[in-house]
Design a protein around this ligand. Structure first.
Ligand code: ZN
Length: 199
């Protein structure tokens, strides 16, 4: 695949360096970008772009007059690929979310759309709330990375493998950034919503 085509599929109409210049764009054009300090900066930027509808999903590229072979989701190949579809209503994403909710013993997941979901749940500054937001963002970010892997013929993961990757990477990212939480791997797998005595 030509480099310009790869760039288009990954960054859409952002003809910018994916990190440095998007950082600058975020800081100068909107105040809505909020970082979750438990995660790398790149994930906050990705989520901000998803909420602003600035991901180059098939429908968005089609709307901009780019000649696409298909507007269907590149993962399930059954519905048009919007951000909301890819992140929330795609059957693949649904399987990942349902494993994630079950892992966190969270049954209150009634989101009206993708923005609602990614905005989540930072209703207060408690440790658990920040952690849950971090997990939601990691899920969104890795769903996107996995979709891109499929396009570029890289290491595309099945639902169980991607879910395991979510557990591993979220643990690594969060524990590297918050020593104070003292995350334990076994506890993380079994009961990651921290108890009161952790918060
Ligand atoms: Zn799909």
């Amino acid at each position: 695949m030509a480099a310009s085509r790869q760039w288009l599929l990954l960054y859409g109409h952002f003809k910018l360096h994916p990190k440095r210049k998007i950082d600058k764009y975020c800081s100068t054009t909107t105040r809505s970008y909020k970082r979750n300090k438990l995660l790398p900066h790149k994930i906050g930027i990705f989520i901000w772009r998803a909420k602003m509808g600035r991901l180059p999903v098939q429908l968005e590229l089609d709307k901009r007059g780019i000649d696409m072979d298909t507007v269907l989701c590149l993962v399930c190949n059954t519905e048009p690929e919007s951000v909301d579809h890819l992140m929330r209503s795609c059957t693949f994403a649904g399987d990942i979310w349902s494993r994630t909710f079950s892992w966190w013993k969270n049954d209150s997941h009634h989101y009206s759309d993708c923005t609602d979901m990614l905005n989540c749940i930072r209703s207060n500054s408690s440790v658990t709330s920040n952690l849950w937001q971090a997990i939601e963002w990691v899920v969104g970010y890795l769903l996107w990375e996995n979709r891109n892997s499929k396009i570029f013929g890289k290491n595309y993961m099945s639902v169980p493998v991607l879910f395991n990757d979510i557990q591993v990477k979220s643990f690594q990212w969060i524990s590297n950034r918050s020593k104070k939480l003292s995350l334990d791997w076994n506890h993380w797998l079994l009961n990651p919503g921290l108890d009161d005595d952790h918060g």
